[in-house]
Design a protein around this ligand. Structure first.
Ligand SMILES: [Mg+2]
Length: 232
């Protein structure tokens, strides 16, 4: 008997490759540069989180949006003008992220090689369209995926559209990712199964309690990407 061919949907950032650690480094560099006399680094970070939430709502994800957030944070927390020099410094923190080499998480290539032989793989990421496609190309992982979706936001309705568009059978489809807010909870609510692979440095705006799966759906929690081979 042929084993069942499933559809496996993969998140990209912090599931296939490192991403948030570069933002964390850039934010640390920004906070040191700001060197605030009154606010502690933690307070600056909290303010930045709020600013990022607002910027993302208005401009979406990606580096341009992040640059806007850092500039806004600087403007809100200092009385100084953002001189061309300072602007350039802030932009340099953002540019350091865009020029990073893609650093795949352990065992990703080997695992995808095996899984692609058995199942249909789709990539489901969110963020800036050009940036996400560029990272995928540079990662060398593009050939494993029969479809790529870059969503502005991973909502329940976005997953429903995707299920329809790629003719996924929800009971035989699994969303795999590191973010409870974007990968796990909305995909379960849309009727998919899910695999949660936590990453130690998941972006704080992605944190959320993991929901229980609906009836007849499964939720797995794994500690590493290679463990997928034990289940699929
Ligand atoms: Mg992710």
């Amino acid at each position: 008997m042929q084993p069942l061919r499933l559809t496996l949907l993969f998140d990209a950032d912090d599931t296939l490759w490192e991403n948030n650690i570069y933002f964390e480094r850039a934010i640390s560099a920004f906070i040191s540069f700001l060197d605030h006399r009154v606010h502690t680094p933690e307070e600056v970070r909290e303010r930045l989180n709020l600013i990022e939430q607002a910027t993302v709502r208005q401009h979406g994800y990606g580096l341009q949006s992040f640059r806007k957030s850092l500039i806004a944070c600087f403007e809100q927390l200092t009385t100084e003008a953002v001189t061309p020099d300072k602007h350039e410094r802030i932009v340099s923190f953002v540019d350091s992220i865009g020029t990073q080499q893609i650093e795949l998480l352990p065992g990703v290539t080997e695992t995808l090689t095996q899984l692609a032989g058995r199942h249909r793989l789709l990539l489901v990421t969110k963020g800036d369209l050009a940036e996400q496609h560029d990272k995928l190309e540079r990662s060398g992982l593009r050939p494993f995926f029969s479809g790529v979706e870059v969503l502005p936001e991973k909502t329940v309705s976005a997953y429903r559209v995707l299920i329809e568009h790629h003719a996924c059978e929800p009971e035989h489809s699994w969303m795999i990712g590191n973010s409870p807010r974007s990968d796990i909870n909305p995909s379960l609510a849309a009727g998919l199964n899910a695999v949660f692979i936590p990453h130690d440095f998941t972006w704080v705006l992605e944190h959320e309690a993991v929901a229980a799966p609906p009836p007849n759906r499964q939720l797995l929690e794994l500690t590493s990407f290679v463990e997928l081979l034990r289940h699929f």
